[in-house]
Design a protein around this ligand. Structure first.
Ligand code: DQA
Length: 145
């Protein structure tokens, strides 16, 4: 079964209470469950992780490359400025789908730049936690599932 790492950057563990008017009411635990259910129905082995630590996120991308796992990545605020994360993403030879819960293009100016999009296979943003389900569907289709 194809393996997919669903990787989440800073502050996403706070979903449910973090700015619910922007990010909705689903908790991080809800998000994990939704991703696992979507993975099961798509025939993908899904593992969901979250970190506030840039170095840890980069190490997980190295792991994805070393193990041949596809990646669904919500880089959170790192989206907008982390060249180190971008370089790690650029190394991937497996599908990489960038996802966002909100639509950064419709928010503050600093969120309009993604340093990740240019090295992602594609980006899905603005559909709440459904962005992850859509991201997993994109991975399944890229892998011919
Ligand atoms: C986010 C959007 C980013 O601008 C923000 O820093 C986040 C979450 C999203 O999922 O909408 O932390 O990636």
């Amino acid at each position: 079964m194809a393996r997919v790492l669903v990787l989440n950057g800073p502050n996403l563990s706070r979903l449910g209470t973090r700015e619910p008017e922007v990010y909705g009411h689903a908790t991080y635990a809800d998000l994990v469950r939704e991703c696992e259910e979507a993975g099961a129905s798509l025939g993908l082995e899904v593992e969901v992780r979250q970190t506030n630590d840039e170095a840890e996120l980069i190490a997980w991308l190295h792991e994805a490359q070393d193990t041949g796992a596809a990646v669904v990545l919500n880089p959170a605020a790192f989206t907008h400025y982390s060249y180190a994360l971008r370089d790690a993403c650029a190394m991937l030879t497996t599908p990489l789908v960038e996802v966002h819960i909100s639509n950064p293009a419709a928010r503050e100016e600093f969120r309009h730049t993604s340093v990740i999009s240019g090295v992602a296979t594609g980006t899905i943003a603005g559909f709440g936690t459904d962005s992850y389900r859509l991201g997993l569907r994109a991975v399944a289709s890229l892998l011919g599932r």
